[in-house]
Design a protein around this ligand. Structure first.
Ligand code: UTP
Length: 289
């Protein structure tokens, strides 16, 4: 039986250059989709999947994230005094217990693989999830919960995938597939950003992974790949053949909040889903479009 996944790594040490100037002093992960920072969506997704330990790989200027998940006694007391129960519940809903949140620093943004490697001592010798918080998913059950369920059947390494326009493969990590039942694809290779002529498929990796701890020994070698960065995709590719490795299609929508258009789209989509906002937002948008 597959060992359960109880720890999740959230790499949040990137510079967020595509979101400047907003990210000059605000971490990209603290930008809000409607009224919650994007990192909170990822934490809630992980919690729904049964994650008990949340590991943030952070860098300079990112302490706002730790503050966000901490208690805020002065704020709570004021909201209580003013009878603002809904606001109080929303603020407390964003808490993580002291024992649940660990932060570790990535001193330099040397790549996603390096960010994950920085969490190796906290993860230890057990399977773990990785969530890239700037990808926000609208899915029920949550995307990681769907993955944990599939992982219970296939074990090994499991990454979320989606089909992309064949002409756009050069933007993504792409799967080379062995067999495919329409939901789960057994993977025989991973190719970082292939040109359409040489792409082995149009199944692209999205920012959710369940990995076995053996990946750390590969990341230890600090080999650089595309963009001279230590790439998680390259390290994962080396696990193929040694351990089961699957890609999982999922039901739900993906919003790339690290991209300005994706971020705006996420705000509209999540607002239209809210009973308290949908009518007003629809009205405001109909005047614009
Ligand atoms: P991105 O490339 O999307 O993030 O990395 P970025 O570098 O912050 O953004 P841009 O391209 O400059 O706008 C995907 C995820 O990996 C993390 C990022 O924080 C993001 O969540 N990351 C990336 C790290 O934590 N460390 C790194 O060295 C690189």
């Amino acid at each position: 039986m597959a060992r359960p996944v109880k720890k999740a790594v959230f790499p949040v040490a990137g510079l967020g250059t595509r979101s400047l100037p907003a990210t000059k002093s605000i971490p990209k992960e603290m930008l809000t989709v409607v009224d919650k920072p994007v990192i909170q969506y990822a934490v809630e997704e992980a919690r729904e999947a049964g994650i008990e330990e949340f590991i943030f790989v952070t860098s300079r200027g990112k302490t706002a994230m730790e503050d966000h998940f901490d208690q805020h006694p002065e704020l709570y007391a004021t909201l209580e005094r003013r009878g603002k129960e809904k606001e109080l519940a929303a603020s407390k809903g964003a808490e993580l217990a002291v024992s649940q949140l660990t932060t570790v620093r990535q001193p330099e943004p040397l790549g996603l693989g390096h960010a994950v490697w920085c969490a190796r001592h906290i993860v230890g010798d057990e399977p773990f999830a990785v969530l890239l918080p700037d990808e926000v998913f609208k899915a029920e059950p949550s995307l990681l919960a769907q993955m944990v369920q599939a992982y219970g059947k296939v074990g090994g390494n499991l990454i979320a995938v989606r089909e992309v326009e064949p002409a756009l493969t050069a933007r993504y990590g792409i799967l080379d597939v062995d067999s495919d039942d329409g939901t789960l694809a057994s993977v025989k290779g991973l190719v970082e950003k292939p040109k359409p002529e040489v792409a082995p498929s149009n199944l692209s990796i999205v920012g959710r992974y369940i990995l076995q701890p053996e990946v750390f020994a590969i990341l230890d070698r600090k080999e650089t790949g595309a963009g001279d960065e230590i790439q998680l995709t390259d390290a994962m590719a080396k696990l193929i053949g040694r351990q089961p490795f699957h890609g999982m299609r999922f039901s739900g929508d993906r919003y790339d909040c690290g991209d300005k258009a994706g971020f705006v789209a996420a705000n509209v989509a999540f607002a239209l889903d809210r009973d308290d906002l949908a009518g007003k937002v629809r009205e405001a948008l109909s005047g614009l479009i």
